[in-house]
Design a protein around this ligand. Structure first.
Ligand SMILES: Nc1ncnc2c1ncn2[C@@H]1O[C@H](COP(=O)(O)OP(=O)(O)OP(=O)(O)O)[C@@H](O)[C@H]1O
Ligand SMILES: [Mg+2]
Length: 510
């Protein structure tokens, strides 16, 4: 279109002056963007800035209110996902989109199954699927059910699917939020390879280190507008943060020291169904923050779920303030003052079609029902208002359906819902997943306030900085077993990694 430099290749996909409104929310306002082959283009911004909305428009999921899209310099209308795929544009969603009950091959070819004599040619699916699975380094038979794969593997299936349509533009919306470090490295290797082969990658992440590692250029969105653009040599932590939030935020949270009191949560001899061979003992005291560290798959979520009683433990027991909790009954646990903010908000934390307000009122609802009382709507409204303010949840109204909030804001609703209960002991599983750096600090501040008020906090986290800066005590797990505990000066990245990879405490000098 314009006189582009001969050195930089022509864009495959351009977004021109795009606007999108949802009811009272202006999600995008005059956004323009050029995506070029052989480059990784990162799009960053705070929760609710409009990133996913922009990606959905580029991939034919949503239509813009105004503005236009160009492919290879020619205006196109992407009326559907199929239409976008036809142009080689594929979106790997923030919330994965595969059909659990279909096998891998069927997912890759969903809606365009190769046919022979009028029927679906399963042999061809198997062969073709294998080719694309090899390309992304996923070593599973094509007839494996998607529901049986890990999230990392499901993501690779999505990428294989995109490649199978001859994808030239691959859009990845927070692809690493549920991956272990090893899986992240594998994904980055694939991204590097695809880039070298000339694919255009659009990459969204709240992890600025990833953006620095991958991006050739960065576009920053703020409140639906372009806040700035950076080229490779301008990309660093401070420039990214400054453009994103308009102020400096330290990478680390500075905690205020406070008193730790008597034991609140006592876990004794607990054996989970996932790792029945290992008995877990741990104690969380009044006002204490205990970080549960380990690699993905170390058994942290299973442990939290067994403590809370969503899963029935094989053996062992849990006491709260000395009182024995009945095993495998989370309702009793809630009544006793225990709360769990789960890992997977989509499956365990929220009822997506219901209002923000109803979701925040949910645990309370159970309590009111048990008491045989009528639901107190005014209390619910008050709780909701308090939480929306305290956590700066970006929603047009408390009546907004949770599924219409941005990913990070949904996470805040999950946390808000449990905080509204005023628990004695709060269990959190990956509390800041998908949350922007500003909101992360909000969540840390809330956790600290709760601890200062005497709440005992046990949180699992895969983010090293989070574990190190927020924990009074770190409990490190490996394959369902507690490998060691670290306090004070002992809490270092090296010591945590040493234990997390299955070594015992001896050589760390603990
Ligand atoms: N279907 C919808 N209905 C109503 N509002 C919506 C809908 N989809 C998005 N929004 C609103 O548009 C704004 C932008 O949302 P979007 O999902 O694009 O944010 P995001 O930048 O991806 O955030 P996050 O980092 O939290 O994923 C938010 O305020 C969100 O609540
Ligand atoms: Mg998003």
């Amino acid at each position: 279109m314009s006189d582009a430099q001969p050195t930089s290749s022509a864009p495959v996909l351009e977004v021109e002056d795009v606007t999108k409104r949802f009811g009272g929310v202006q999600a995008l306002r005059g956004v323009s963007l050029a995506i070029r082959p052989g480059r990784v283009h990162a799009v960053i911004g705070e929760n609710g800035a409009g990133k996913s909305t922009l990606m959905k428009i580029m991939a034919g999921v949503l239509a813009p209110d105004s503005g236009r899209l160009l492919v290879d310099g020619r205006p196109v209308e992407l009326r559907s996902v199929q239409a976008a795929l036809g142009h080689g544009i594929a979106l790997i969603h923030q919330e994965l989109n595969l059909c659990d009950n279909l096998d891998v091959g069927a997912n890759i070819f969903l809606g365009r199954e190769p046919r022979r004599w009028g029927t679906i040619d399963f042999a061809a699916i198997g062969q073709d699927a294998k080719k694309y699975l090899d390309a992304v380094g996923l070593n599973v038979p094509p007839d494996t059910l998607v529901g049986e794969l890990t999230i990392a593997q499901q993501q690779l299936v999505e990428i294989a699917k995109a490649l199978s349509v001859g994808g030239r533009v691959l859009i990845m919306d927070e692809p690493t939020s549920s991956l272990s470090q090893r899986e992240v490295d594998a994904l980055f290797a694939i991204i590097d390879k695809l880039r070298d082969e000339g694919a255009a990658i659009v990459y969204i992440s709240h992890r600025l280190a990833e953006v620095q590692r991958l991006a050739d250029e960065v576009t920053v969105l703020r409140d639906g507008e372009i806040a700035g653009r950076l080229q490779r040599h301008e990309i660093n932590h401070d420039s990214l943060v400054q453009l994103m939030v308009g102020r400096d935020i330290s990478q680390f949270y500075a905690r205020r020291p406070h008193e730790v009191g008597e034991p609140v949560l006592e876990v004794r001899g607990l054996r989970t169904q996932a790792w029945p061979q290992h008995a877990v003992d741990l104690t969380v005291r009044r006002g204490e923050m205990v970080g549960l560290a380990g690699l993905v798959g170390a058994g942290r979520s299973e442990l939290l779920r067994a403590i809370f009683g969503v899963d029935v433990p094989v053996a062992g027991h849990v006491r709260l303030h000395g009182k024995l909790l009945p095993t495998g009954r989370c309702r009793a646990a809630i009544e006793a003052g225990l709360a769990l903010v789960p890992e997977d908000r989509k499956q365990q934390g929220l009822i997506l079609p219901m209002a923000v307000r109803t979701n925040i009122g949910l645990p309370g609802l159970a309590r009111h029902k048990i008491a045989g009382a009528i639901l107190n709507r005014r209390r619910e409204a008050e709780d909701t208002r308090r939480m929306i303010d305290a956590m700066r949840i970006k929603t047009s109204s408390p009546r907004q359906a949770v599924q219409n909030l941005s990913g990070g804001n949904q996470q805040k609703v999950v946390i808000g819902k449990w905080l509204a209960m005023d628990p004695w002991c709060l269990l959190l599983d990956e509390p800041t997943r998908g949350v922007d750096i500003g909101a992360k600090q909000e969540i840390y501040r809330l956790m600290e306030e709760l601890a200062e008020r005497g709440v005992a906090i046990l949180f699992a986290s895969s983010e090293m900085e989070e574990v190190i800066s927020m924990s009074d005590l770190v409990v490190v797990m490996h394959e369902g077993q507690v490998m060691g505990e670290l306090v004070g000066e002992q809490i270092t990245e090296e010591a945590i990694m040493h234990l997390a990879t299955g070594n015992t405490a001896a050589t760390t000098g603990v």
